[in-house]
Design a binder for this molecule. Structure first.
Ligand code: AMP
Ligand code: MG
Length: 317
């Protein structure tokens, strides 16, 4: 058995979850240690920047401030522009099964508590009820965003992935590292045992059990599960945080969807979209994007892309 390598790990509460970064390898000198710590600092800083840009729970975020400029073309930061453009394209492709304009609907359903301050957000008064992705326009040349109607964007299905991608750019020179933003992962190189990273996909209905393990290297792995319920405690028990915007009700086709892709933003968004669409059609969406994934239906039926088998380890019974 080969000996393990040093692992440096840091975790912080950010973006409504716990973000952990792990860098594998030994630092021989203080200079190397300082450089590594600074790289991890910069990686966390991206998560803070994404939160400050994309959170609908913070009235001062770039996303929240758009609501003061309805009908105007507002210059957007590269982060907001990149996340929103991708999200709107996916909304169009999925016929609205994925829709980044559901902020008000999420709020009305009880996803309305800012995790840091515990303050209850209330933008409902400013936002109209019947809005969808067609009510937002992005100008690719001018890099502006225009809300055509009063609406609150919800980038909850893309922002964590984007933060992981930006953090990954800070750490990739270290080759072997892992980033975990509450189930949105990027795994670089190999782990402390010099082997591919092993990612366990939680069994959506059994506590402390895995439904699948994946062996991966240099990819993002993102999972959307109905067990990650983030609604207030008075919401009905079968309601959770992923909705089907077409019916404006809790998405019920799936209970878990995992996507493996080279970009965490792509994996994050496609996991949410595949969750909503579910089954064979969800898998067809993933194949269309040339990514791999696994969808678990309500009856625990498994739907997988053709390429998933190359990542598959032991199937938990
Ligand atoms: P995830 O846990 O990555 O699947 O993301 C779930 C988050 O995405 C929710 O908390 C909402 O902020 C947002 N969301 C929920 N349903 C949708 C949807 N159908 N389209 C786009 N974003 C969604
Ligand atoms: Mg997602």
């Amino acid at each position: 058995m080969s000996a393990g390598v040093d692992a440096y790990v840091r975790s912080t509460a950010l973006m409504g979850t716990v973000v952990s970064m792990q860098v594998i390898g030994h630092c021989a000198t203080d200079t190397e240690r300082v450089a590594r710590d600074a790289a991890v600092d910069r990686a966390f800083e991206w998560c803070r920047e994404i939160e400050a840009c994309c959170s609908r729970f913070d009235p001062t975020s770039e996303v929240s401030r758009l609501l003061h400029h309805v009908g105007e073309a507002v210059p957007a930061s590269p982060m907001l522009f990149g996340a929103l453009r991708f999200a709107l394209a996916l909304a169009q492709e999925t016929g609205g099964a994925f829709d980044p304009t559901i902020g008000h609907l999420m709020e009305a359903r009880g996803d309305n508590i800012a995790y840091r301050t515990r303050a209850i957000v209330n933008t409902a008064a400013d936002a109209s009820h019947e809005t969808n992705w067609r009510d937002v326009h992005v100008d690719a040349d001018a890099k502006t965003v225009t809300l055509l109607k009063p609406l609150m964007l919800d980038l909850g299905a893309v922002a964590k992935g984007l933060a992981v991608d930006l953090a990954m750019r800070e750490l990739r020179d270290y080759t072997n590292f892992a980033i975990d933003a509450g189930g949105d992962l990027y795994l670089g190189g190999t782990n402390a045992m010099r082997a591919p990273w092993v990612v366990g996909i939680r069994h959506p209905r059994e506590v402390d059990a895995l439904i699948q393990t994946l062996h991966v290297s240099n990819v993002a792995v993102c999972t959307s599960g109905d067990y990650e319920r983030r609604l207030s405690s008075n919401a009905p028990p079968d309601e959770h945080h992923i909705i089907d915007p077409r019916s404006r009700t809790t998405a019920s086709a799936s209970i878990s969807a995992t996507v493996i892709a080279s970009s965490a933003m792509v994996a994050d968004a496609l996991a949410t979209a595949a969750f909503v669409i579910g089954g064979r059609d969800g898998i067809a969406l993933l194949e269309q994007h040339s990514v791999d994934g696994l969808i678990i239906s309500k009856s625990l039926e498994r739907f997988a892309t053709r390429g998933l088998s190359r990542y598959v380890g032991a199937v938990a019974s």
